[in-house]
Design a protein around this ligand. Structure first.
Ligand SMILES: NC(=O)c1ccc[n+]([C@@H]2O[C@H](COP(=O)([O-])OP(=O)(O)OC[C@H]3O[C@@H](n4cnc5c(N)ncnc54)[C@H](OP(=O)(O)O)[C@@H]3O)[C@@H](O)[C@H]2O)c1
Length: 307
């Protein structure tokens, strides 16, 4: 309590979303035709089928950026805290989408704070390859990813990271990939890391956070689609996207071809991400998917497979 105001976000009231939004999704008329309701998982499945062909012709894998945020754009209360934001249905959807990707990538701080397994547990499906971006090899030897993983984790490290720590991690079961780091901040060159993953046969990557990774992916324009869970609560904490003051926000990629789905009170949003330089990529992939699976699934159907 400060000045009689309750500062603990956990006790703040939760929003109740109005669920009858089919007719008006609060978009303007120009955007409205692009917004569709339907099974997000089915749409992602079809998109990935199409992406497989398109990505064969480029150096980068297909990248899905996904995370859960509060209504005020936060993914945790503070750095290093684990906060379960999505409800069980949305959580299950995340696992369905994980099973559709070749790999799942997080930043090292997420490993240090959440100790995740990054597996498919809530549905039947193949475990994706876990990948951690970790310039300085801070990866803990006792991490769940080393103890429990059915697939050996890959760690993308900077080319100057400690060789002794690399040997210990490799002995414990990890694979370490070295890539160049940025001169200014010493962080891994994410684009170079993603290219390496593609060379290793990983054609679709689901990037799950945390905030610094989300910000890098968006500012470097490395994602093809965004899959966002919006939980109807306020957190007042660590924002998903943090850019320096000098970053011009019009440099962010734009969202196109939006789909939404309600899973209980959580809103799931999916959209293609395209900057002006690569506009048309999403449409190309979508048309490729339609060619490959004519008549399969209707993204406008309100009956989702995961409802
Ligand atoms: N709600 C959700 O969906 C969700 C999902 C995931 C995580 N989280 C939460 O997010 C928080 C962690 O987020 P975070 O922002 O602190 O850390 P993070 O994004 O998980 O990891 C960031 C770290 O990765 C390393 N890194 C290397 N190259 C990078 C690059 N090019 N760009 C960005 N990072 C790079 C850096 O550490 P080095 O310099 O040591 O390499 C950097 O500090 C936790 O509280 C976690 O619970 C929430």
């Amino acid at each position: 309590m400060r000045n009689g105001i309750n500062l603990d976000p956990i006790t703040w009231p939760r929003l109740r979303f109005e669920r009858r939004v089919d007719k008006d999704f609060s978009m303007n008329d120009a955007d409205a035709p692009q917004v569709r309701q339907g099974s997000i998982v089915e749409h992602v499945r079809r998109l990935l089928e199409g992406a497989d062909g398109v990505c064969r012709q480029r150096a980068l894998p297909f990248v899905t950026l996904t995370y859960a945020q509060s209504i005020d754009g936060c993914i945790a209360r503070f750095e290093g805290e684990t906060l379960q934001l999505s409800n069980p249905l949305a959580h299950k959807l995340t696992h369905q989408v994980r099973a559709l990707h070749d790999a799942i990538l997080v930043g090292i701080n997420t490993v240090l704070s959440d100790d995740p397994r990054l597996t498919v547990r809530l549905v039947k499906g193949k475990n994706p390859q876990p990948v951690v971006v970790d310039s300085r090899l801070r990866f803990p030897l006792q991490a769940m990813l080393l103890k429990e993983a059915s697939v050996r984790p890959m760690i993308i490290a900077g080319d100057g990271a400690c060789a002794k720590k690399e040997r210990r991690l490799v002995d414990a079961g990890a694979q370490v990939i070295r890539v160049a780091t940025h001169v200014d901040d010493g962080l891994v060159d994410l684009a170079a890391g993603l290219r390496r993953l593609k060379q290793l046969g990983l054609r679709s990557i689901m990037i799950e956070g945390g905030a610094r990774i989300i910000t890098s992916v968006l500012t470097c324009d490395l994602a093809d689609q965004l899959l966002l869970t919006v939980s109807p609560r306020f957190v007042g904490g660590l924002r998903a996207v943090n850019v320096p003051d000098e970053f011009a926000t019009d440099r962010f990629p734009r969202l196109h071809n939006l789909h939404y789905q309600w899973l209980a009170a959580d809103l799931i949003l999916r959209g293609d991400l395209a900057s002006s330089g690569i506009a048309g990529r999403a449409e190309l992939i979508a048309s490729h998917a339609a060619d490959r699976s004519p008549g399969q699934g209707d993204s406008r159907s309100s009956e989702g497979v995961d409802r």
